[in-house]
Design a protein around this ligand. Structure first.
Ligand SMILES: [Zn+2]
Length: 493
């Protein structure tokens, strides 16, 4: 049997005014750049990426036609031109590879374009419009998916990451292979029971290692046979601000009552957890005080700047937490990563051991956002930004994020090392410090820009973890007036 595979990934944050362009999909960042044709077989099988997992399942079972895979760092609305170019390329190349027995798509599930609030649903609709209903389509999605009615009705089967931090990305692609294989060998499509829940859960409360999400996820089932039931849950991505925002359940079975019963059970558990989600957040000043009180426990204290997470579409250049750490005169502290390409350029032209004066970060002028940090910097280390990830989530991947620098604040009582990058990148791996010779374990305080993914690689080397609510483009305390497109009747937690 012959299967075409493609991937098109974006997590869209409408709070970001910066559009996502075709170039953003083409270039390499923390993930591979746009990859097409047979290079897909060289790049993906060793990576923790759904397409890699699917390829490992398909090897020796199917003839695989590699179409293309493209992703961009989360950010503002995807430009129509970018969406159309990549979608049409996927469609045209699938057309050229007909006849096919199946299609597998590695999608995110929270893509919003200038014209379509359900980017993935639109891509699936275009596939159906061109190729009809005959070819089964299996889709894997991120846990931060706003599953829509359109996605559910256009795909034959959907499976979703079950961990946040996303440790099971490749496993999810493999599972999509198992499900597609059952459809192909049986010749039958399963019934789908689909539920959209009347809740919106903020990102910081979605961690699957912590309650109540952990318990909800224990009810999922992994069907080796669709005669039983395969069920998944998506937690949703609130910053996409679409009508069908928020958590959803999909349950697939050849038996409709079995799928219905499973969806009912998970829905009940989810709704019973409604009051257990919120976690305490601290403003910068309060959080830094708390961090200072907790130094000396053996491990670094970690401050997570959860609203400035580029992995959720933020600018990764806010300075609220940095200003507060300076005011409190903290010692032996390291921060990662502030995005400022002009400061990185200055650092590289200045050279290691030398000093320069400048203005760091704070380029976005939002309500309550702190101004750029002005001061003198000593260049502690420089890198070309090519390094390997070692943490459980990203290991096997090579970052290629352009030049980076570690800068010491030279004219302050505080002892702070700042990792500055020329691209936006979430600090979800210790490699962001290590590639510049900074050992995070030797620090008293670590300040990192990430909402939850950091827990995979920093969870065991830091204590306590303090969540900071400093103004950023990934707002974590949501309200209905911030989400004008949300359908009525949804409770925001
Ligand atoms: Zn995600």
């Amino acid at each position: 049997m012959k299967i075409a595979v493609a991937g098109f990934q974006h997590e869209t944050n409408r709070f970001s005014p910066y559009p996502t362009t075709l170039f953003d999909f083409e270039r390499e960042d923390g993930w591979p750049g746009l990859t097409s044709g047979h290079s897909i077989f060289d790049v993906f099988p060793s990576m923790n990426i759904p397409l890699g997992g699917f390829l490992n399942f398909a090897k020796g079972r199917y003839e695989v036609v590699p179409i293309l895979w493209a992703s961009a760092e989360p950010g503002g609305l995807v430009e129509d031109a970018a969406f159309d170019v990549i979608s049409e390329r996927i469609l045209d190349e699938i057309q050229a590879s007909l006849p096919l027995d199946g299609i597998y798509l590695d999608l995110h599930g929270a893509m919003v374009t200038q014209s379509h609030e359900d980017g993935e649903g639109e891509l699936l609709a275009r596939l159906r419009a061109r190729f009809g209903e005959a070819i089964p389509i299996a889709v894997s999605l991120d846990l931060h998916t706003n599953v829509t009615t359109q996605m559910k009705s256009k795909a034959d089967v959907i499976t979703i990451f079950r961990t946040y931090p996303h440790l099971d990305m490749a496993k999810t692609g493999f599972r999509a292979g198992v499900l597609l294989d059952q459809i192909l060998t049986s010749g039958h499509r399963p019934h789908c029971e689909f539920r959209k829940l009347p809740l919106l859960v903020p990102l910081q409360s979605q961690c699957t290692d912590l309650e109540p999400t952990r318990s909800i996820y224990q009810h999922l089932t992994d069907a080796q046979s669709l005669d039983t039931v395969h069920a998944d849950v998506a937690m949703g991505f609130p910053p996409s601000d679409i009508a069908e925002n928020g958590p959803a359940i999909v349950a697939y079975s050849y038996s409709e009552p079995v799928a219905l019963e499973k969806a009912d059970q998970i829905e009940r558990e989810f709704l019973l957890s409604e009051n257990k989600f919120p976690y305490p957040l601290y403003r910068e000043d309060e959080g830094v005080r708390l961090a200072k009180e907790n130094i000396g426990g053996g491990l670094p204290v970690l401050l997570a700047d959860i609203q400035d997470n580029s992995g959720a579409g933020a600018t990764s250049d806010t300075t609220g937490l940095l200003h507060s750490l300076v005011e409190h005169g903290v010692k032996n502290c390291a921060i990662a990563a502030i995005h400022d390409s002009s400061v990185v350029e200055l650092a590289h032209s200045t050279g290691i051991g030398e000093e320069f004066s400048g203005s760091l970060g704070g380029k976005h002028k939002g309500d309550g956002f702190a101004p750029p940090y002005q001061g003198k910097f000593k260049v502690a280390a420089l890198s070309d930004g090519r390094f390997e990830f070692h943490g459980e989530m990203m290991k096997g991947s090579i970052a290629n994020i352009g030049p980076t620098a570690a800068l010491e604040l030279a004219d302050q009582k505080a002892e702070i090392l700042v990792v500055v990058t020329s691209e936006r990148i979430q600090c979800l791996d210790q490699a962001l410090f290590l590639h510049l010779g900074i050992n995070p374990l030797e620090k008293s305080i670590l300040a990192i820009k990430s909402t939850v993914h950091f827990r995979a690689d920093y969870g065991s080397i830091s204590d306590p973890i303090i969540l900071i609510e400093s103004p950023g483009l990934n707002p974590c305390q949501l309200s209905s007036d911030m989400l004008p497109r949300l359908r009525p009747g949804v409770r925001i937690l």
